[in-house]
Ligand binder design. Structure first.
Ligand code: UDX
Ligand code: ADP
Length: 480
């Protein structure tokens, strides 16, 4: 029986290993983590992450060929293939602060592997890392090897949250990068054999290590660039009276461009896009390519601009002040069908509104009050550190409350902001919401989920990203 160990029981490690165990009954998979509370949750009825379809897969394999443990050392020692899926935050201080990946967790995992390994190991990079990380890790391992042979592979993950289980079951492609030596190729073949249990071989692409590492950064940069492109257009649509949905539809009909990932929004979030682009920017700078670095940096800058523009729309339309006004925030997760709030645009929008002294009432079906409090009290780039799990600063929560549904959030509010495209927001009783609000009642849709005309008919003053402006907003100062 092949034994696989995965270091890091997070959003990537947990679902990926569950799928491997599910599809490969003859492989034993153990997911290890230094966080006892995370491991306990994986072993309980309430998994630490919400992902459609994950519960069933975990329940069908757990304690058969899928295990969750805090005994990191023993399971590393015992396994042939070790996936490393730890967090790789953006550095907050020192060289490359605000851009470069902080490889502290990765390095400590590598040192641990070197320390406890008694037999040959295949070490697989699963978390997104800068190009050439494999080389650095290889050095740590070989300099501490005590005669053990280590082969490093890059096997980047392309799952998107909310659809992770489908993405894992039917991936567009699997990438495996390895050394072009006989031993390297043997390791590539061993990992390929695992995926080949359920993925057609022509979709498993093998390449050199650096290509695989860079492909992951490039794929995320291209995806984020599409969103920043349509969001940049949304600002122009608002200024000219065009409708961004119509523009996106027309553009996407060109088969060379394609229709996916062209939804204008308040901005992209999630643990990958911003981090990976900043990483790419840093790598370009380090390689003497400032023009390329600036090109990609602009994708993040437009994303920040889009969030700031949204806040300005809200404040400018509400008589230039939201001080003391209740504002309902519907949705806090970075997208629907996940409880994940990492880099969610809702954080910057809420902080912007709080900066103008608003009183926020936030409703999200999956995000806890504690998480919201922590997010609004966390410094930029600090969210990806385990220290993030420290209790909330109680002072940060004063002007923020969590509502248990959208109606409660909107009761007595001057404005409602949609931050996440949860399906339930499409079918709310907006007449009821309007009746319970202060007048004039303002509505700001950061995800284009509501029917603008229907809400205007009820009486709302409506802003929806990239849509023709409400007459109320036309004469206000240009946003952002
Ligand atoms: C992304 C990549 O899609 C995935 O391949 C990679 O492995 C990890 O990063 P994820 O961050 O989970 O996945 O979600 P994704 O669906 O890509 O959405 C990212 C952000 O972009 C979300 O905030 C989403 O709301 C936003 N988005 C997406 C838009 O604003 N408009 C779109 O058209 C698509
Ligand atoms: P991702 O989205 O990439 O999966 P997460 O932050 O959700 O990232 O998960 C990373 C996990 O890695 C965390 O649960 C963290 O506790 C764990 N981790 C970090 N360093 C180590 C380590 N040296 N050994 C074991 N687990 C680690």
């Amino acid at each position: 029986m092949v034994k696989i160990c995965c270091i890091g029981a997070g959003y990537v490690g947990g679902p990926t290993m569950a799928m491997i165990a599910y599809k490969c009954p003859d492989v034993q998979v153990v997911v290890v983590d230094i966080s006892a509370s995370r491991i306990n949750a994986w072993n309980s009825d309430h998994l630490p992450i919400f992902e459609p379809g994950l519960d069933d897969v975990v329940k069908s394999c757990r304690n058969k060929n899928l295990f969750f443990s805090t005994d990191v050392e023993a399971h590393i020692a015992d396994s042939e293939i070790i996936f490393v899926s730890v967090n790789t935050p953006t550095k907050t201080r020192g060289l490359g602060a605000g851009k470069a990946a902080d490889l502290t967790y990765w390095e400590s995992a590598a040192r641990m592997i070197a320390d406890v390994a008694k037999t040959d190991k295949i070490v697989v990079e699963k978390s997104t890392v800068p190009v050439k990380t494999a080389e650095a890790i290889e050095k740590i391992l070989t300099h501490n090897s005590k005669g053990v042979n280590f082969q490093i592979l890059s096997n980047p993950e392309f799952l998107a949250e909310g659809t992770a289980m489908d993405d894992l079951a039917k991936p567009d492609r699997v990438l495996i990068g390895g050394r072009e030596t006989p031993q390297g190729q043997k390791a590539v073949a061993a990992l390929k054999a695992v995926y080949a249990k359920w993925i057609p071989e022509n979709q498993i692409i093998t390449m050199n290590l650096w290509s695989a590492e860079l492909s992951k950064l490039a794929a995320n940069a291209f995806l984020a660039q599409r969103i920043s492109s349509i969001n940049a257009m949304s600002a122009l649509c608002e200024a000219t009276g065009a409708d961004v949905t119509e523009v996106a539809y027309a553009v996407g009909k060109d088969t060379r461009i394609g229709s996916r990932f062209l939804n204008a929004s308040v901005g992209f979030g999630g643990s990958c896009f911003q981090k990976d682009i900043l990483n790419l920017v840093y790598i370009c700078e380090c390689n003497g390519l400032p023009e390329v670095a600036n090109y990609w940096r602009q994708v993040v800058q437009i994303n920040d601009y889009q969030k700031a523009r949204f806040v300005n729309r809200v404040v400018a339309s509400m008589f230039n002040t939201v001080s003391g006004k209740k504002i309902a925030v519907l949705g806090f997760a970075f997208k629907k069908d996940t409880g994940d709030t990492r880099e969610t645009p809702a954080i910057d929008v809420c902080l912007g509104l709080l900066g103008d002294k608003a009183q926020l009432s936030i409703y999200d079906p999956q995000v806890t009050e504690d998480q919201i409090g922590r997010d609004l009290a966390t410094n930029k780039f600090d969210w990806d550190h385990p220290a993030h799990l420290v209790p909330t600063d109680p002072t940060a929560k004063k002007s923020v409350t969590k509502a248990s549904n959208a109606y409660e959030a909107a009761k007595g509010a001057h404005g409602v902001c949609i931050m996440t495209e949860w399906d339930e927001f499409k079918t709310l009783d907006y007449q009821k919401i309007y009746d319970g609000m202060e007048k004039p009642a303002f509505f700001y849709d950061g995800r284009n989920v509501i029917n603008v005309e229907a809400l205007r008919k009820i009486g709302f003053i409506v802003y929806s990203v990239g849509k023709p402006l409400d007459p109320w907003m036309k004469d206000l100062p240009a946003a952002a």
